[in-house]
Design a protein around this ligand. Structure first.
Ligand SMILES: Cc1cc2nc3c(=O)[nH]c(=O)nc-3n(C[C@H](O)[C@H](O)[C@H](O)COP(=O)(O)OP(=O)(O)OC[C@H]3O[C@@H](n4cnc5c(N)ncnc54)[C@H](O)[C@@H]3O)c2cc1C
Length: 177
């Protein structure tokens, strides 16, 4: 079989390359905007570092300390990153973490709750308050499984074992890969 017989042409408004948490959250954003993406990864679903994530993630729910707020999470995160981070993204992350966490937990993430209805938040390096949300076990698999379940539920095309080597550009715009 020649190379040309293996070539598959796909047209899509949004191509998401990568089947980790970044790719899947991009797909969640597409769903929110009413856009239908195509997801592709060189590995399988789920894959990447995301499946290996261990402890959990931070969000300023204020469940361990009533004074906590997203702006403090932003400040602590920027300081811990020695100003090497993208400040705009860090601000979005700090302020959206609460809503995204509630959403992910409703989709089956399985975060640990206290009996009084607050999340159990553990200490995490460089954070002034206990903010780490966790599953009581390694978080990568439940996180990726609940996201991948959503991709299937929304009938998003997810293709594995496709390795991208370049992006095609026209006039500074990406038009293909
Ligand atoms: C052991 C470990 C523990 C961690 N614990 C935590 C934690 O507790 N809390 C936390 O917040 N973070 C943790 N992290 C970090 C976190 O997992 C990563 O920051 C996050 O998963 C990155 O997500 P991502 O989607 O950007 O990348 P990845 O999950 O790595 O996904 C990248 C995807 O892109 C695909 N890909 C790459 N190149 C190509 C190509 N050329 N063509 C097609 N597909 C391609 C890969 O196959 C993969 O599917 C941990 C990381 C590790 C390794």
């Amino acid at each position: 079989m020649g190379l040309s017989e293996n070539v598959r042409h796909i047209e899509t408004d949004v191509l998401i390359i990568g089947g980790g948490v970044a790719g899947m959250m991009a797909a969640v954003g597409c769903r929110r905007s009413g856009v239908r993406p195509v997801l592709m990864t060189k590995a399988t679903y789920p894959s990447g570092s995301s499946s290996m994530a261990r402890g959990g993630h931070t969000a300023a729910f204020g469940h361990s300390h009533p004074d906590d707020k997203p702006e403090f999470l932003y400040e602590d995160s920027v300081q811990a990153a020695y100003d090497l981070c993208n400040l705009r993204l860090m601000r979005v992350m700090s302020h959206e973490a609460i809503d995204r966490t509630i959403e992910l937990d409703a989709w089956g993430l399985g975060l640990v709750w206290l009996k009084d209805g607050r999340y159990h938040q553990k200490p995490s390096a460089s954070h002034r308050y206990d903010r780490l949300l966790h599953c009581g076990k390694l978080m990568g698999k439940p996180l990726m499984n609940s996201l991948f379940k959503k991709m299937k539920e929304w009938d998003f095309e997810t293709t594995a074992h496709v390795m991208f080597v370049d992006l095609m550009k026209e006039g500074g715009r990406v038009v293909g890969a």
